[in-house]
Design a protein around this ligand. Structure first.
Ligand SMILES: [Cu+2]
Length: 175
């Protein structure tokens, strides 16, 4: 019952001793993490430069269709596999609930990877590297990307986008 009652006057005791130390440490760590966000923006090699352009979903779809027609080398589970030219443009289109096409890239080459969505907001999360970018309808977000290791990388959607969200899985293959 006591939790339903107003606490007695004078209940507050200012932190002291070890409690004060721990609050101080936690506060300092909050400040360090806050400063690391802008720091990694400039220092890290894993960040987007924020290059983005306005695009209509239909316009983006048309560019992706053209890209797939020009670079298709195969198909996996009905999703086209493409091999874009090193140094050139590549496209990944998000929609409920798939990523298309599957990119086949070469290690050490640089690509301009365009990301956009046909319907609503999705999250491009490249695993196991854990690189994360927002994918918005109406925006062509360009990542300048140079794969440094070979293998198969999975793209998972990390913005909840409906009933099929957890099955929204794409792929980038680096050879
Ligand atoms: Cu999604």
């Amino acid at each position: 019952m006591s939790s339903l009652l107003v606490p007695a006057r004078g209940w507050f005791r200012a932190p002291s001793g070890h409690e004060r130390t721990w609050i101080g440490l936690a506060l300092c760590w909050c400040l360090v993490l806050t400063l690391m966000m802008p720091f990694w923006h400039f220092r890290g090699k894993q960040n987007s430069r924020g290059e983005a352009y306005l695009v209509t979903p239909a316009g983006f779809q048309a560019r992706v269709d053209k890209f797939i027609a020009a670079t298709k080398v195969g198909e996996q589970n009905g999703i086209p596999v493409v091999s874009p030219a090193p140094g050139g443009d590549a496209y990944v289109l998000a929609r409920m609930w798939s990523w298309s096409p599957i990119l086949k890239l070469r290690q050490g080459e640089t690509y301009r990877v365009h990301l956009s969505s046909l319907d609503l907001q999705h999250g491009f999360s490249l695993q196991p590297l854990n690189m994360n970018f927002q994918v918005m309808p109406g925006y062509d977000h360009v990542l300048t990307l140079t794969p440094t290791s070979k293998g198969t990388f999975t793209i998972v959607c990390n913005e909840f986008c409906g009933i099929g969200h957890s099955t929204m899985i794409g792929k980038i293959i680096v050879e």
